[in-house]
Design a protein around this ligand. Sequence first.
Ligand code: BES
Ligand code: ZN
Length: 627
Amino acid sequence: MKVSSLILVASLSCSMIACENINETSEKKNLQHSPVISNQKDLHTQCNADSVLVNHLDLDIKVDFNQHKISGNALWKIDNKFHQKELHLDTYNLSIDSVFTNGKKVTFVLDKFVNHLGQALVIPIEDNTKEVNIYYSTGQHARALQWLTPQQTLGKTQPFLYTQSESIYARSWIPCPDGPGIRFTYNARVQVPKGLMALMSADNPQQLNDSNVYHFTMGQPIPAYLMALAVGDIQFKKIDNRTGVYAEPNMIDKAADELSDMGKMVNVAESLYGPYRWGRYDVIVLPPGFPIGGMENPKLTFATPTIIAGDKSLVNLIAHELAHNWSGNLVTNATWNDFWLNEGFTVYFERRISEAMNDKSYADMLWELGYQDLEATVNDLGKESNDTKLKLDLTDRDPDDGLTDIAYEKGALFLRLIEENVGRAKMDTFLKNYFATYAFKTINTEEFLQYLNKHLIKDNLQIKKSLNIDTWVYGTGIPSNAPRVPLDRFNKVSIELDSFLSGKAPQQLNTKKWMTYEWMYFLRKMPESLSKEKMVMLDKAFHFTSSDNSEIACIWFVQAIKTNYTATFPAIDKFLSSVGRRKFIEPIYEAMMKSGKEKMAISIYDKYRQNYHPLAQMTLDKLVLKK
Ligand code: BES
Ligand code: ZN
């Protein structure tokens, strides 16, 4: 096959090519189900892995906490099957020391900096080039890395490092083909300071290694955004034979108790959509600065400690990250424009796990809270905004700015709508086959829609009409046929809320059976103009200011800022001093900025900015410092 024709179609399915070491026949087979669509090129990678096969990485790095630097070499195994003259890899703020191809030093070019994307590393290659070895070190602005001082950890004695590579930040710690459509296997050797443990999205050690060097293997091909590393004073605790928890020593027991149902969760997920394909499933509970709730790094989910509420009430987040091992890690969005294929499917799957682990009324609460989030996002973005479409257009943008709740909640609702139309049994068979068919492959929105029609809708006109697929995928806002769930448990909450607002003492409210989601609904429905007096009454009865539940505390803090309930402010300050999860800190800072408390926001942010992950800093710099 000629390169020119390959490039056209291969960008649709380059992962299949990159990962499978395939021959021309299977290549053609893979390309058969890829319709040629003009806007499908991944615009967020400068890598030419669509014409040079990048199959495997041998990474050898040293983690230097003194200089905040990772340095070493990345050896890429490639196949220059289509006779290219250059290999282009993504880098962001990396120093490249030297490059060798097949063991010989070559002259490379670090191309001009492209906004959002970084610099392409251009390496001359020949037909027989099999190995490209890059010696490099990370820069001061590595967007994926957060270096914690001992003071910023729970144990206070050792430093900590973790990465967050999704969506396009792997390139800031490894020179790599950084597009979700390009998959590779990897081995790594990681040298760390004495007494620290290193973990990756790979087969992991369960004990400290005396030699300070850790070896990792990831035998299944993954895209670069799933490259992950954590280094710190970490312990392991087993849950069952294939699941376990990692955390700092003084968090490990709490974390293992909270996540003790993980083994069962994996079984439930398998019974829904087919085998778990990654061997072990472990979770690391990170220090509180971790910028997101959870990250689905294969074999090892990264999680925020804000889910450790003491009563398992927030473990749904683990269901979500676990579900990604099918939707996302196994079947991956081809470009970030197709992000809903990762997140919408995962939210749908997560709620099916939650329903099976708990009951329908429990999952219904998640659906409703999700619907509220969706409405809020659509209001925020505007219902005509292109960013409210499932199929996104992130051209010339940092994906970080365009990846919103739309992919999650509108995506999940779309799948729920399909389920309601075809019936659960058919939906489940369809999804199970979908995951099996596209395992370790990449898919874009249009390919999915074709597959959906071929295997589920089968040109059934009535179903087509009632789904109105184009409105969902290419239209803005929330379509009028969006499914809604019964509100049984929340209706009870509304009754109590009404009583409270019309004067009933909070102690008299019937809240005994409420769980976290009911409390969240209760607080979210509170009028913005609530009097300070009522805030005091609520706090006295329910102790929201000192809540250990981060979801509840966050809503309460926002409400407290809006109503100027100053008794809560020290608790807000404390929360913002350690928690780095963007989902919580952004609305709290935003509430300050929007309610005339800019000075308070700036002075708190000034104190704690260095505690936040570079990605959280980017968001908050815009919000608080208007940078
Ligand atoms: N994959 C995402 C996190 C992500 C998305 C990181 C886009 C960077 C760019 C992860 O699975 C996720 O969705 N986490 C959520 C949790 C969830 C229960 C919805 C989070 O962090 O809040
Ligand atoms: Zn997710």
